[in-house]
Design a protein around this ligand. Structure first.
Ligand code: GLN
Length: 237
């Protein structure tokens, strides 16, 4: 590893890894390597304190009990909060939105205090949202439709300090009737899209990488397989 190696923190894949969202870290690393930028994934598992020195962080989704464990760990070792405070990008998938919010209620009605990085609260909805979700991004710098697979019962209300990542064109999204999907606040970006989200949305992957590297843009990549996957997913939607 050289000093310029980009270090991608995969936070608690042992706990928040139920839906294969660890693939987002692999996508970030690969898109850097394709551009001849050294990158490595640092897995932070349950016994480990969360380091605050990494360049970018990714957290995946999980069931209620696993997300409670993750919340406790992140509050005990606040490295992620320190890193987000200095502007390191954080990608939070599904349950991770809920964990990073102010509080969430589990499906059994227990209210759990969150990490507080996002002005968002989550309560269980009458029906589970399962299926393809397609959206139009609201975040400046993104133009291509976003696509993913959602699977959650929680519905997330955004407070004043947070904005939606995108507007839903198909599917449920945050699930509280405001038509929004995902959340953006400072350097933290959350979405209900599994997929993994970054494999299905390369523009979003590069957006996060630009933030991590502090650059306006990255050289484009010519990847016909990725383009084909996107076309198929959007057609299916
Ligand atoms: N347990 C949460 C919910 O159902 C998160 C699920 C997930 O991460 N897919 O809302």
């Amino acid at each position: 590893m050289s000093e310029s190696t980009v270090r991608i923190g995969l936070v608690l894949p042992d706990v928040m890894g139920t839906y294969g969202d660890g693939g987002n870290a692999v996508v970030l690393r690969q898109r850097l390597r394709w551009r001849d930028i050294d990158a490595e994934i640092v897995e932070i598992t349950l016994p480990d304190p969360v380091p605050d020195s990494l360049d970018i962080y990714a957290l995946g989704g999980a069931e209620d009990s696993a997300q409670r464990l993750a919340t406790r760990h992140l509050l005990r070792y606040p490295g992620l909060q320190t890193a987000a405070g200095r502007g390191a990008p954080v990608l939070a998938i599904c349950a991770a939105i809920q964990v990073l919010g102010q509080w969430y209620e589990t499906s059994s009605g227990e209210r759990v205090e969150g990490v507080g990085l996002l002005d968002a609260t989550t309560t269980p909805q009458p029906t589970r949202a399962i299926g393809e979700v397609t959206t139009t991004p609201l975040l400046p710098g993104l133009s291509a439709p976003l696509t993913g697979f959602e699977n959650h019962r929680g519905g997330t209300i955004l407070g004043h300090d947070a904005t939606g990542l995108a507007r839903v064109t198909r599917g449920v999204g945050n699930g509280v009737g405001d038509g929004l999907e995902g959340v953006v606040q400072g350097s933290v970006l959350g979405t209900y899209m599994h997929g993994p989200a970054l494999a299905r949305n390369p523009e979003l992957a590069d957006h996060l990488l630009c933030r991590a590297l502090g650059v306006e843009s990255l050289p484009p990549l010519d990847l016909p397989e990725v383009d084909l996957l996107r076309r198929e997913r959007l057609r299916a939607a």
